[in-house]
Design a protein around this ligand. Structure first.
Ligand code: TA6
Length: 298
């Protein structure tokens, strides 16, 4: 629970009619963003965008009804920030510590065109990898949702890290969904022992657990959802890896914070730089991972 004083300081970033700040689920500080086009929610915990919905459309981001909202737990859904590593690590949290850390709220702003921008900064972690630079996350809410993860290496040493915007999208029925844009791209198939394969199909369809790390791709990906009659578009820059994931039956049952039947209504299409595409940042250099999430009627 945030202290009264901290909440008072946070509320200085409120913008009437655009940004409201209050305790959210689990008492965690939450920004509620309202624009003429959409609504969104961002928790300081993990700088986690937990909701984005365009007026008149179903939610674009998916959130598990069983997600926990606790300082030592990752939120299940929305856009978890995986940083500075992706995947499991012995003796350390899976997908890194960024999503388990309360980020600092740096600034909020409302643009004349109605879009709202929120800037957050990862506190330097004592004892963690030397990210003595600044890691900032800029979220822009409008008719689209733009996410930018900026890593600045202010140290005198190169830093090496992985990063992934692990985005969960709402779909009407996963068995009717197709994902386009990755034809011909090599991928590591994590449900086949990380076998290296080539995407031979024009579109990806889902008939079982799917967990693929597509390598060396800057492609825009589209998720076609006939049940919700919409197409979701994931455009990115500063990213060479795309992950596609649906846990299906067994993996869903194995996750306490994921409903057994929830896999029918979600798919992850994630944008980042992992594995062979991990980032090495020389001293004084910065880079930005950017994803623009959009949707249109189909
Ligand atoms: O991005 C897919 C993935 O790496 C899967 O292997 C699965 O572990 C998923 O992330 C969720 O990870 P989490 O640590 O959030 O349960």
């Amino acid at each position: 629970m945030e202290s009264t004083e901290n909440l008072r300081l946070l509320k200085e970033h409120e913008i009437t009619g655009a940004v409201a700040i209050s305790p959210g689920q689990g008492g965690l500080p939450r920004l509620v963003i309202t624009t003429p086009f959409s609504q969104a929610e961002i928790y300081l915990h993990g700088a986690h965008v937990t909701a984005f919905q365009k007026n008149g459309e179903p939610p674009l981001l998916w959130m598990s009804a069983k997600s926990l909202f606790a300082p030592d737990k990752a939120i299940r859904g929305g856009v978890p920030i995986c940083f500075p590593w992706f995947g499991p690590r012995t003796g350390a949290p899976a997908h890194g510590y960024a999503r388990l850390t309360e980020w600092n709220l740096v600034a909020t702003s409302a643009c004349p065109d109605g879009r709202v921008t929120v800037r957050l900064r990862l506190p330097d972690k004592v004892g963690e990898a030397p990210y003595s630079g600044s890691v900032e996350y800029i979220v822009t809410v409008g008719s689209t949702l733009t996410l930018e993860l900026q890593v600045n290496n202010h140290s005198s040493e190169s830093v090496i890290f992985e990063e992934m915007l692990h985005t969960y999208f709402t779909v009407g029925d996963i068995t009717g969904v197709s994902v386009k844009g990755l034809h011909g791209v090599h991928y590591l198939d994590k449900v086949a022992g990380n076998a290296l394969k080539n995407e031979d199909d024009d579109v990806i369809r889902f008939t079982g657990e799917t967990d693929r790390v597509y390598l060396e791709t800057t492609h825009t990906v589209e998720i076609e959802d006939p049940k919700l009659r919409r197409i979701i578009r994931v455009e990115k820059s500063g990213s060479a890896s795309t992950v596609v994931w649906n846990p299906w039956v067994a993996k869903s049952k194995a996750m306490a914070d994921f409903g057994d039947e929830e896999f029918h209504h979600m798919v992850c299409v994630e944008s980042g730089n992992v594995g062979p595409a991990q980032t090495t940042l020389a001293p004084g250099v910065a880079n930005t991972l950017k994803a623009v999430l959009a949707s249109r009627p189909a």
